[in-house]
Design a protein around this ligand. Sequence first.
Ligand code: PLP
Ligand code: ZN
Length: 377
Amino acid sequence: MRFLCSLCQKEYPVETREFRCSCGGPFDLAWVPGGLSVSSLRDREPTLWRYREWIPVLEEDCIVSLREGFTPLVRYSYKGFRRLFLKLDYLCPTGSYKDRGASVLVSKLKELGIRRCVADSSGNAGAAIAAYAARAKIECTVYCPAHTSEGKLVQIRAYGAHLVKVPGTRADTAKAVQEETRRLYYASHNWNPFFLAGMKTLAFELGEQMGWQVPDAAVCPVGYGGIYLGLYLGFKELLNQGILKKMPRLIGVQSEAVSPLYQAFSREAIDVAPVPSRETLAEGIACVHPIRGRKILEIARETGGTFQIVSEEEILDGWRSLAQEGIYVEPTSAVVIKAIDGLEKKGLLNHDETIVLILTGIGLKATDTLGQYLRAV
Ligand SMILES: Cc1ncc(COP(=O)(O)O)c(C=O)c1O
Ligand SMILES: [Zn+2]
């Protein structure tokens, strides 16, 4: 098991304290997972650790788990879509899908003997890493934009992490944490490949819950691309193992206010350039320059996927449609609903296809914003 630079292919041991290659490129994980027969899954616990052989944590007693994953997959009737499913990944222990990555990354930190770490986050990843670090008795510092939803900031502090609020944008927070990464292990959900290794379990679960029949398309919010990349890596592994026969089209949704991937893909660019941005209700995907942007664009082309944007009004409309069906998510999650309307109009999705929408964060995280909105209507 080793890290490989995704730009220059230079090798690093996974024990390295560097979070990226000397050339600036992010690391990928080079590791061949063990074999796992899907028939043995029947008797396993309903957590993401049921895919044990496909998760790169070697020591059983280093696993740090709160029984995350194996979240419900439910049918959803919306407009003319006949086979639409919602993956309720906001039902993980800290209220967001980030628990997948956090459980695997913190387990690996335990295995590597790390005692102190730092992370930067729009809030949810910080809360997830703080929770799992607390469980592993690893000291944790989290940097967040000062304007992050109160629900997330309170949660991070409750788990006992040191919280540093950074004025300005998400990019300012990413810059501010750099100094700390010289002193503390950088438990970054965007740079560290072990976080992505946890995200792959989302694809494994969708495969299993759909009887190993892949959907035609999977639609998810995209900021730095953790869910998007995780889905790709997971489905790819299932293809490599001969368990699945095809890859779904992977469709990423961004807020119109911050849409670097949408813009780059529309221009048929190879790489993603930083873009001007505005404030958005979708705080979890307010990323102006995703560090694995080139790879994300490649995946969209390879899988026949695409990107879609939604306006602030559409985010709230989508949020309301979900809430009226008993599904309470935060605005970042709600971007996927109106996105499918737009994609259908462009002929990029059709009503007869099997489509899965990934719902990523629970509504209780954003009570302040959502309360203000409800008072105003
Ligand atoms: C609720 C929610 N959904 C989606 C995302 C986007 O995830 P990524 O940056 O991995 O693309 C985030 C990121 O923080 C989030 O908090
Ligand atoms: Zn490199």
